[in-house]
Design a protein around this ligand. Sequence first.
Ligand code: SF4
Length: 439
Amino acid sequence: MTRTFAIKSFGCQMNVYDAERMGEALAADGLHEAGTESADVLILNTCHIREKAAEKLYSEVGRIAKRAREDGRKPVIAVTGCVAQAEGAEIMRRAGAVDLVVGPQAYHRLPELLKRQAAGEERLVDLDMPADSKFGALPGRQRRGPSAFLTIQEGCDKFCAFCVVPYTRGAEASRPMDALVEEARQLVAAGAREITLLGQNVNAWGQGNMRFGELLAEIAAIPGVERLRYTTSHPRDVTEAMILAHAEIPQLMPYLHLPVQSGSDRILAAMNRKHTRAFYLDIIARFRAARPDIAITSDFIVGFPGETEADFQDTLGIVEEVGYAQAFSFKYSPRLGTPAAERDDQVPEEVKSDRLQRLQALLQEKSLAFNAGTVGRACDILIERRGRQPGQWIGKSPWLQSVVVTDPTLTVGDIVSVEIVGAGPNSVEGRMLQMKTAA
Ligand code: SF4
């Protein structure tokens, strides 16, 4: 009887990528994908970035185990991702229904671990960070949608005072260029037209004398790579070659996600971000000089310990100055084991909530202004899925906007030229001009 599996992934795009690779490894081992409510093996791919995210795991396991008992089933429950790495066997102690705990660097061994579990070995924990990368042990890429993720770098050496990633994902490690070119070719052969390069600090990628700027050119040169993106960058790892790539490589989309977290130099120093507000703004100016229409997005944390109203005003000020196309913003969440969690000048919850509300109102205003600024422009969009209305499709613009276009002849994977005719805070409307390349 063929076993079935389901993967529920939480958190960032790197977790989405890992979930895809886990699925391919299990499929290559003869398992079939099924729904979470019926699968024999259920994998919870977790995120550890905020307190709430970790707690979500335990409530999820409880819900799944209760539901399975009601259905008379006993699925194998495996926990992977950053909570697995951070909490390890503690997960087993807190959640009796969990059978396997596997860290982000060990998931290529899932098929073997499932066999050992089926053979009677109980409550297996594998958090190993093997020297030889997991990537070599994973099967080739399988068919997915028109846009695909490709992890090029993992881990982080920056140790921002609020962040657990250096502890859960380990030190910065770059995958070899030839393996990345090979995987990108596999993704194109499997139908991808757009590739997004991923890394905790994607622009920290390096191999010998080669840096991220060179890698962008290599991947863009692969036949069939029509659109190229990357995320998430760190201001300290920006190079001139990376900036120039936006002026020279036509496949490289005019989009940059560059987290700043705060606009206050005092808080940037306390966060150990290793750069000042002026340093960051200079980088933004250089990207805009290279590619004037580039969309800039970012991440923000409000209520970092010690943050005053004046510091927060500096954050609002940098939003005004940059004019972000989009941004993700969160209340500071103390993470066990991080320096900031030890500080005794924590900001009260109601102050955090008030600041988050004010920041998000301003960010929404800026997103609407950015989208309104693209009305009247013609651009190519990649059709990614159906819209709600008949004949309606949703695609992605070069600036990563969601574009709603109506034309019954389209399908997923088409690249079409549209004129942007309407704007909202989270999407724009496109009028069909012509088909560029059919799926
Ligand atoms: S750069 Fe900072 S915020 Fe980003 S993953 Fe590294 S430690 Fe975390």
